[in-house]
Design a protein around this ligand. Sequence first.
Ligand code: PEP
Ligand code: MG
Length: 311
Amino acid sequence: EETEPIEEARPKTPVKPMTATEVKVNVSIPEAAERAAATGADGVGLLRIEHMILSTNKTPERYIEDHGEEAYVQEIIDGVRNVADEFYPRPVRVRTLDAPTDEFRQLEGGEDEPHEHNPMLGYRGIRRSLDRPELFKHELEAFRQLWEMGYDNVELMLPLVNDVEDVTRAKALMKEVGIDPAKRRWGVMIETPAAALGVEKMAQTGIDFASFGTNDLTQYTLAVDRNNENVAGRFDELHPGVLELISQTIQTCREYDVDTSICGQAGSKPRMVNHLVNEGATSISANIDAVRDVQHEVKRIEQKLILDSVR
Ligand code: PEP
Ligand code: MG
């Protein structure tokens, strides 16, 4: 009779530079969790729920029609668990549904999606979730169950909020499904100028963190469609206008002890890393392939800050 081979010991956290600023990783699909965890990142800065749904090739509505509400909740739970297990106890920030209508339209059931002139300014993110609370509550139910199971490293992140009202409405729905927001870690993405400028009120709702979605924050601040190649040359996450919104947001959040982070593509860029560390952001989330470089970049900048302060 064959015996089971002893599982080889696998270092989960390779040696990495110690930094005050946490360096996390963005996980595109749950299947990439193992590779992401092996980077030694301090957690996951962004895991998008829609990938778990889109991979079934059905819109959420069609999925529920075909398989039922419980299966839908389970689909989300399974996807998040893949990552939360791999990273435990390191935190995993999971974002609620945020796909534009043109993406949903490609899927089974997509023919029911509204036709929009500009999907990027349309029915997506928290707007759609608050407009379809029954559907949104299934996502929240998945969080509730994950937390009950003991996945206290899971964090809930709300996309595309504009103001405190979006946040309080979402918070009320959390309570409706039996989540105690005071006991769980949750927060918002800063993706519109309105959200950046209005973060003080949001900070008073009990959010634990605010994370810059610079892909959207840049497109909305500069009025440059992130998918329009005619203006691609003008898409600049390091534009002074974008950087100023980021600086102001971090400053306000620090007053309220709200963590700040980035989960847009710019988190992998040295100049943005520099800006964030200098402003005092809590963490930075980078793409898998950039984590290592960002860790070292953060270390370098922090050391320079320390030296400058004693000179
Ligand atoms: C962003 O806007 O920077 C972001 C991370 O979200 P997404 O790219 O999914 O819009
Ligand atoms: Mg975004």
